[in-house]
Write a new protein. Structure first.
Length: 140
């Protein structure tokens, strides 16, 4: 993903009053994430990864230590987690100070082709004090 693509996404985020777009995947379930990020994993995805494009500033990823190179082709620093608690800490660091982020989520699964993030992950982000909104408008 090049800098102009990131700026284009950041502009759209600001227009929708969003603090960022949080991408998440596990076992390559979210084809939208790979298409939007223009990213092809070099190996099977067996651990959760997260990638935040903030409305302003530098992108950041969160990867498991076993697959620490998973997001290497995407720009920005990568945080590494190795346990459930360090995954939560990494998410808190990534999302600190943000109030609203888009994810591949659709309320009531109204748009199933966008609703790729599981309910537990949405709850996890919400429990960190961040409102999760649908990325459907951004995807279009």
């Amino acid at each position: 993903m090049d800098a102009s693509r990131i700026r284009e996404i950041q502009r759209a985020l600001r227009e929708q009053d969003l603090d960022g777009w949080l991408f998440f995947d596990h076992h390559q379930r979210d084809a939208l994430a790979y298409r939007i990020l223009r990213f092809e994993p070099s190996r099977q995805v067996t651990r959760r990864w997260y990638y935040l494009i903030p409305s302003d500033g530098e992108t950041v990823g969160l990867v498991h230590g076993i697959e620490r190179s998973m997001l290497d082709e995407l720009p920005g620093p990568k945080l590494v987690y190795s346990s459930w608690s360090s995954q939560i800490e990494g998410l808190q660091k990534m999302l600190g100070g943000r109030r609203r982020v888009a994810m591949q989520y659709s309320p009531n699964c109204a748009i199933p082709s966008v609703s790729m993030v599981d309910g537990g992950t949405v709850e996890l982000v919400r429990n960190l004090g961040v409102e999760v909104v649908s990325s459907a408008d951004l995807v279009q």
